[in-house]
Design a protein around this ligand. Structure first.
Ligand code: PLP
Length: 382
């Protein structure tokens, strides 16, 4: 079996989940703030099916996915979960009636971000004689999808006229929640609040109002409303470097492999494609069967480091699709078969996806969600 694997520790996940849950309920509100565990993009690389089962077991109230394909995949593993689809529909889909009936059969919760979607879902729900549960999306500043907050009162009043929709929620999404400068976040929350107030005055109420992603969970309690939607912090990382770490979460995934081949090379010998690295003296080079095809980025060539038996070794030469090479030096105790940590949190290693992100001018989101499908996921403490 290929030794490259992502070890996913459910004990750490459990710890992160409960810490977040008690943090958002620290003021003991009358109704506890619900948690929508965000599991889009294969649960940020952790494996959508296993993670969704675990989140439901831990007590997540909703699961948030990016699109309908992700949601459909989940239904058989979490038959009773409330699955909210953040994405929107392409209405010209071939045989829309068949498609919408599938979404209804799977009991998914749709995002309505335009009148066309409302009309489309209402029309087919009418034909199928089953109400479609929806959450309305409002754009308060992200400029991705959603009813522009300026015209939202008028448009949402229109949505309320569609009688085959069950309007369960309303939400918005933040553009700068992780920033120490809260001015834009505050502006988004206040526009959202004002809209909710006006809608209420006009007789439109929503059982679930929500807005907070990880940054807002940590940064801005005024954004919690009835439910929060954390993603990244559940997996143990913080959305920005300078974010105050008000709760202690731990990385859930360790990307690992094994030293598979060791060779002695002389001084001034080039390593890998393109000959970008030459040995400075006689040394030992270890080859590890992980590469950019597994999600260990090529940009880490001659830059990355890995942890073997408690010591860091530099990645030398160009990272290939399936292999990378490290310089073990002379006299190291590393042997074929030894475990290699590529990123994660083990024995206090300073090798989190946030460190890899800093080396590659990326963000931890991108590092963890890049772990390829071919990498086996192993769930610990299941
Ligand atoms: C609509 C929505 N809500 C919540 C989240 C979770 O964000 P984060 O991972 O920053 O907590 C995302 C992810 O980007 C999202 O798209």
């Amino acid at each position: 079996m290929n030794p490259t694997r992502a070890e996913i520790d459910f004990k750490k996940l459990e710890n992160n989940f409960y810490k977040i849950k008690s943090f958002v309920n620290r003021t003991k509100p009358k109704n506890p703030v619900k948690i929508c565990a965000v599991i889009k993009a294969n649960a940020y690389g952790h494996g959508i099916q296993e993670m969704s089962k675990k989140f439901i077991q831990l007590g997540a109230d909703y699961l948030g996915v990016a699109n309908y394909d992700e949601a459909i995949k989940l239904r058989s593993v979490v038959p009773d979960a409330s699955i909210l689809v953040f994405g929107t529909l392409i209405h010209s889909r071939f045989k829309p009636e068949t498609y919408v009936s599938k979404l209804i059969k799977y009991d998914l919760i749709a995002t309505v971000a335009s009148l066309e979607t409302a009309r489309f879902l209402d029309y087919y729900s009418g034909i199928l004689r089953k109400k479609f549960k929806v959450h309305i999306k409002v754009d308060t500043g992200m400029r991705r999808i959603g009813f522009d907050v300026k015209r939202a009162l008028k448009n949402i009043s229109q949505v309320f006229k569609y009688k085959n929709l069950e309007i369960e929620g309303i939400y918005t999404h933040f553009a700068t929640a992780e920033s120490p400068d809260k001015s834009f976040l505050k502006m988004q929350v206040s526009k959202f609040l004002e809209l909710i107030y006006c809608l209420k005055k006009a007789g439109m109420e929503f059982p679930i109002v929500h807005s907070a992603n990880s940054g807002a969970v940590l940064n801005f309690p005024e954004s919690y409303f009835d439910m929060v939607r954390p993603g990244l912090i559940l997996y143990g990382y913080y959305p920005s470097h300078d974010m105050k770490k008000v709760i202690d979460v731990k990385p859930v995934m360790n990307l690992k492999s094994k030293v598979t081949y060791i060779k002695r090379v002389d001084s001034n010998i080039s390593i890998s494609y393109g000959r970008t690295f030459y040995t400075k003296k006689r040394t030992f080079i270890g080859s590890i069967p992980v590469g950019y095809g597994d999600g260990y980025w090529r940009i880490l060539s001659n830059k990355g480091k890995v942890l073997i038996k408690g010591n860091y070794y530099p990645v030398v030469g160009i990272i290939t699709m399936d292999w990378l090479m490290v310089d073990l030096g002379v006299g190291s105790n590393v042997r074929v078969g030894d475990d290699v940590l590529l990123f994660g949190d083990e024995n206090k290693a300073l090798l989190g996806a946030d460190k890899i992100a800093a080396m590659t001018k990326s963000i931890p989101y991108e590092i963890i969600s890049s772990v390829a499908d071919r990498v086996q996921r192993i769930y610990l403490h299941k």
